[in-house]
Design a protein around this ligand. Structure first.
Ligand code: NI
Length: 252
């Protein structure tokens, strides 16, 4: 069984959403909000499909524009049995650094919700790895599980996060020909620190790069990890699936 621990499959992303979901029959998807307007749709997907779970949160991109009611909606659904985490939340200084303080404030508010409702945190961090680390270390309760979605830091940072008990979400970037840093991380760290993801519809793995990504392509990520670790594909699935089940307390 494959688990795509992080994907976006809203109506806006796919015209043929049901077909995409059918392609993951007998496998599991954890669908994440990309925008506050996705919240209801993610909840609805969870309620209508046995193999779909969700995480809800306000992405840092919306730090200036989100409304209090968006955050209230996230909180309301955190007690839903199929909402297994809060995310993606975090910091993104790639497009703007001007609202750093607002981004941090929103991030911390949502970590506090995770602490309150005992939910796994799924982090988005872009060009902000040090601040992300410092905030998680300071504000996240020790018993709260945490994933770094689409990890893109150095090996040294990966080791620091792993020491905090954080799992690294590994996606299609691992399969890119010119990608060295992530391959080095996967090679160096214990496979028990990884969960698989696609971040669909983005970051399509080789050999399908250029096409729109979908959750079933998570198998290419698994195959690459298996190759880099020198262990069988079956064993790679077994270990990463168990890690994901524990990480999100999935009741299958
Ligand atoms: Ni994402």
């Amino acid at each position: 069984m494959l688990i795509d621990t992080h994907c976006h499959i809203s109506d806006e992303d796919y015209e043929n959403k049901e077909e995409i979901i059918k392609n993951m029959e007998n496998n599991i998807m954890i669908v994440s909000t990309a925008s506050p307007k996705d919240i209801e749709e993610v909840v609805n997907l969870c309620e209508t499909h046995k193999n779909i779970y969700g995480t809800l949160g306000i992405h840092p991109e919306f730090a200036d524009t989100y409304k209090d009611e968006d955050l209230q909606k996230v909180e309301k659904y955190l007690t839903h049995p199929k909402i297994v985490g809060i995310g993606e939340i975090g910091l993104d200084y790639h497009y703007t650094k001007e609202n750093k303080e607002k981004q941090k404030e929103l991030f911390i508010k949502q970590i506090n919700l995770a602490n309150k409702y005992q939910k796994t945190i799924v982090i988005h961090s872009r060009d902000a790895i040090e601040d992300t680390y410092n905030i998680i270390e300071k504000y996240k309760n020790k018993n709260i599980k945490c994933n770094m979605h689409c990890f893109s830091g150095s090996l040294e940072m990966a080791e620091r996060f792993v020491k905090l008990g954080v799992k690294l979400g590994i996606g299609g970037v691992l399969t890119f020909k010119n990608e060295k840093k992530l391959k080095e991380i996967v090679h160096a760290l214990d496979i028990h620190n990884f969960v698989l993801e696609t971040d669909s519809p983005y970051l399509t793995p080789e050999p399908l790069r250029g096409q729109k990504n979908e959750p079933r392509n998570v198998k290419y990520v698994a195959a690459k990890i298996s190759q880099l670790k020198g262990i069988s594909y079956a064993k790679t699935l077994e270990i990463t699936t168990q890690t994901a089940i524990r990480q999100f307390d999935l009741k299958l």
